[in-house]
Write a protein that binds this ligand. Structure first.
Ligand SMILES: Cc1cc2nc3c(=O)[nH]c(=O)nc-3n(C[C@H](O)[C@H](O)[C@H](O)COP(=O)(O)OP(=O)(O)OC[C@H]3O[C@@H](n4cnc5c(N)ncnc54)[C@H](O)[C@@H]3O)c2cc1C
Length: 431
């Protein structure tokens, strides 16, 4: 079995599969090691904004409706006694639609797309740790990353094989929120960054083919206005297959997940709200996970290894979207790898690889700093309530806010709202 490559990718979720695809398309010899086997479930809202659709277009993945991709035209926001629809904006930089597709299918298709470009995606391989060469300088006084140790897993995910070394001059850790490989090198989570916790389930609904994403900005544990306002928000994303993905999340600005019973919150919310969806009973599990936001794990490059996607805390703190950013990071990682391949001399090669972390900060650092302020404000239900009540019905406020929340705006030119947002993200310090 071949165990050496130009690049080893850990994990084949959206970040890892996109990296494998982009790198293979550039002619790199890539092995991607994924501990599960496709198709497999992943806890997610299954929703894609125009930003994510643009990433799918850039990577060349077709999204025909006959194959289950359900388009949406915008976001319907419910809260403060309002129910308003905000269509996606007509912009040069982004398509004017979003999509949804269950992750069981989405991740499988992206992994196949990587294979089609020549990437060697191996399912059923669990990476235990990075291999470091102590003769070369690396992160925090340790050696450079030169590969990984992995073991094969059985159909139930149990590690059964012998530890096997896979070696490459570049490793990409795209192993998701647990970020075990980064942690193993001592790359800890930053406590001053927001973190979310969200749960979701699939519910039957006659409105499954509706082409709108719905967001609930207020969550009450009883009747609206006569019970407690909970510190969270909910979503309903129709999937066109008789069901919708229904979920609820909370946000903590301080980097420690709030100690709340999210499953109970979800049951309370659904018992008193969203009756117009005529949901069936909750039959399957309500599953949840943490959502790492605003670059909560850094550095994104240490000698020999890049962090891509959730492992680098790349989720948008305004809306909990992470797929688009994981794919964007994969694209940037590939640009850095291409520069590394054409560089001569150790110093220039290392500078080329390190440029990945700088590109990510240039792309998203300012916006994520704004998101940190947003998270600190909206973790207070009273602030959220006031914003919802007075902001939602104001066309002027929403012209700006809808762009801000979705991170979908014209980076150059556009309306006053596009220009204001680009200016703010430029002046906000990237950290
Ligand atoms: C409830 C919830 C709802 C969400 N809703 C949305 C949404 O609607 N839209 C959106 O854009 N984002 C959403 N997100 C965020 C989104 O799910 C993530 O940001 C996205 O999955 C990040 O992709 P990734 O490739 O970085 O990580 P992951 O998708 O987590 O992929 C990591 C992969 O690595 C594999 N892996 C892990 N450890 C190892 C190992 N040691 N060895 C080998 N393989 C390994 C895993 O099996 C997995 O396949 C949601 C998150 C949650 C929790």
């Amino acid at each position: 079995m071949r165990t050496e490559a130009d690049v080893i990718v850990i994990g084949a979720g959206p970040g890892g599969a996109a990296a494998a695809r982009y790198l293979a398309a550039e002619g790199f010899d890539v092995i991607a090691l994924e501990k599960t086997r496709f198709p497999r479930e992943k806890v997610c809202g299954d929703g894609l904004t125009p930003r994510a659709v643009r990433e799918l277009q850039l990577i060349g993945l077709e999204t025909p409706r006959e194959e289950g991709w359900i388009p949406n035209h915008g976001l319907r926001m419910v809260g403060g006694g309002h129910r308003l629809e905000f269509p996606w904006h007509d912009l040069d930089e982004f398509p004017r639609y979003g999509l949804s597709l269950p992750r069981a299918q989405f991740d499988h298709r992206l992994a196949e797309h990587a294979r089609a470009a020549g990437a060697d995606v191996r399912e059923g391989w669990h990476v235990d740790a990075a291999i470091r060469d102590e003769r070369q300088d690396g992160y925090a006084g340790g050696g450079r990353v030169v590969g990984v140790i992995a073991r094969e897993t059985d159909a139930k995910g149990r590690k059964v094989g012998e530890p096997t070394e896979f070696r490459a001059p570049l490793v990409i850790a795209a192993d998701g929120v647990s970020a075990r490989i980064a942690l193993g090198l001592g790359i800890e989570r930053k406590q001053n960054r927001p973190i979310g916790v969200a749960v979701r389930t699939y519910l039957t609904t006659p409105r499954h083919a509706e082409e709108w994403m719905e967001g609930h900005l207020e969550i009450w544990d009883g009747e609206r206005g006569r019970s407690n306002l909970l510190p969270g928000y909910g979503w309903i994303f129709p999937l066109g297959d008789g069901t919708a993905n229904v979920g609820l999340g909370t946000l903590s600005a301080k980097g420690t997940p709030p100690k709340l019973d999210h499953r109970a919150m979800m049951r309370d919310w659904l018992a008193h709200s969203a009756h117009d969806w005529e949901f069936g009973e909750i039959e399957g599990d309500i599953k949840g996970a943490a959502i790492p936001m605003a670059f909560n794990r850094q550095p994104h490059y240490v000698p020999g290894m890049m962090l891509v996607g959730d492992s680098g805390g790349m989720v948008n703190p305004f809306n909990g979207e992470g797929i688009a950013y994981a794919m964007q990071a994969a694209r940037r990682a590939t640009e850095a790898a291409v520069a590394w391949r054409s560089a001569t001399g150790v110093r220039d090669q290392e500078a080329a690889l390190a440029s990945y972390a700088r590109m990510m900060k240039d792309d998203l650092g300012g916006y994520y700093s704004l998101g940190r302020v947003f998270a600190a404000l909206v973790e207070h239900p009273a602030v959220m309530k006031a914003c919802t009540r007075y902001g939602l019905p104001s066309p002027l406020v929403m012209e700006f806010t809808s762009r801000l929340l979705a991170d979908v705006y014209e980076p150059r030119g556009g309306t006053w709202a596009d220009k204001l947002l680009s200016a703010l993200t430029r002046v906000a310090p990237a950290a």
